[in-house]
Design a protein around this ligand. Sequence first.
Ligand SMILES: [Zn+2]
Length: 260
Amino acid sequence: MFYLKNYGALIYAASDAITVPHGFSTRTGGVSTLDHVASMNFTTSTGDSEANVAENYRILLSALGLEPDSRVSSHQIHSARVRYVTEADRGRVFDDCDGFVTDRPGVTLVVKTADCVPILLADADAGVIAAVHAGWRGTVAGIAPNAVSEMLRVGANLGSIRVAIGACIHDCCFEVQNDFVEAVAAARGDAFADAHIRRKGSTRYADLVGMNCALLAEAGIAPSQIDIAADCTCCAPFLYHSHRATGGRRGTMASVIGIL
Ligand SMILES: [Zn+2]
């Protein structure tokens, strides 16, 4: 079950399925002042300052008991690549992956989204965690099951993994065109495309959450192991940054997880 938590002025979402420190930011509780990024924002690509973003990281990670300097992030390229990282990577910003796995305490994994799907995974018993940015390309290319594979490689147990899928664009709002449908069918087959892209009149809407759940199921993750945030970012741009709701003039949220 997802719920909103507050820490001072900060409001973030968390899942009771994940028992290690983690959080999904909202728009609330940061120091960014430009209207389109206010107030909690994690990108400098739409006009916000590096100082504001650094302070926003400090606020979010401090609320979770994580060290701001412990974060590992990426510029995110809509790939399916998941990197295993360690304390040697603290502070690094990669440019060749969209997800991370670690089994090291003191390493905070960060993914950033504003409609794409943020996925946090943990096997708390084994001490193995993951964070994934799953846009539609990364989703159909299998970044979520790739994270599971990498977790298993470093000691996680399939039945002990819990998955939290944060607020993202849902199929109420994610209208897609023919090229999207064809790309999904080419990657995963017609049946997969039919199952996760619904028609309403002549318009089609894609279900990225359903796609990720289906691919996680193929990797052995049962639905009971997955917790899904109910909110659609595009339906609630007052609470979340949404690329589609704003035409791209927006901030970015961060989803973070760490082991103490
Ligand atoms: Zn919506």
